[in-house]
Design a protein around this ligand. Sequence first.
Ligand code: ATP
Ligand code: LTN
Length: 371
Amino acid sequence: METNQNERKKVIFSAIQPSGTITLGNYLGALKNWIDLQDDYDCIFALADLHAITVRQVPANFRHNTLEAYALLLACGIDPKKSPFFIQSQVPTHAQLAWVLNCYTQFGELQRMTQFKDKSAKHADNVNAGLFTYPSLMAADILLYQADLVPVGSDQKQHMELTRNIAERFNGIYGSVFKVPDAYIPKKGARIMSLQDPSRKMSKSDENVNGYVAVLDKPEVIMKKFKRAITDNDACVRYAEGKDGINNLMGIYSCVTGKSFEQIEKDFDGKGYGDFKTAVGEAVAEHLRPIQERYNEYIKNKDYLEKCYTQGAETAYRISVRTLTKAMKKVGFVPRAHNKSRLTNIINCQIFTHKKAETLKCVSTFLLCIL
Ligand code: ATP
Ligand code: LTN
């Protein structure tokens, strides 16, 4: 079959909150996929800092975490020349569309979100409206870019279903405004569990630092955390129901080495958990080493970081404002005259350029004829 060179590449959008130091769970569940998809899709990535303030942040730490996350994601392999990569609060269209979508999202739908239930239990002293309406902002993030696919870990499945429902509801009323996106969840690493409580997901906001491995943890810290990982009394490296700790370690080991579970069981046949934990720690430290080296370079270069996120925000704005304008028009808002005149200017400018090209063509044809 002939492939059409002009065929539009599918669009990918994803984001991560700069709410703490990025973990191995974030990396294996989401980020690794972002990197791998860059060549085959039109990707746009963001740091969801507006989402992060649904939990109280210390301003100086928050700023630091945001820049650290930006440099770290570049070090993981996001290429800002291929994939616009921006900071959400620098692109106003996100908050604007989120408000509109809030009015097309039902209270009951938001109330059912597991993340809302978990986070409001964890931060009982600060169950704010932003925490409740978090999913409509996430829907805005995605729908603004007409994304086809959204690479996330499996904990975001419910938010993705709600995003689809909001898009379908809006389209049902106003015609086709938003692309209805699909979640893209990896087969391996979709849910990395805490090393201290394998019934809970590994989370960067975990108060127990031994529960997670940070992508920037030093090798000796990584080794220590894996050695302390909670397992069971079976002392046999095999994947089985009820062996959550070992299953989790096997999943991590498989992600960083590419080995299948059968291979891992064979390799560790007759060996104890101590040997296995050491092997997992070493493999993870080795996998993260080049990322940490690149990070140390990027974080020193503040000018480069600023250039990348500024360009990322400009591109993101240019793309997203088209969807926002369309959605607002459909709802019935009166368009800003200012917008119109700018638009007219752009159109005139295009016509002018077009006319100039046409004139040049005529002149050159004329010259060719008389020569
Ligand atoms: P927080 O603890 O602040 O809620 P988090 O660690 O859960 O943060 P997010 O910023 O909410 O991280 O998520 C970023 C991405 O990482 C999402 O795509 C999410 O699905 C994925 N992710 C988060 N935790 C895990 C995990 N334990 N296993 C696999 N993927 C994960
Ligand atoms: N809620 C997400 C982070 C996030 C996101 C997004 C992910 C915010 N906006 C848009 C994908 C697409 C989370 O991972 N906890």
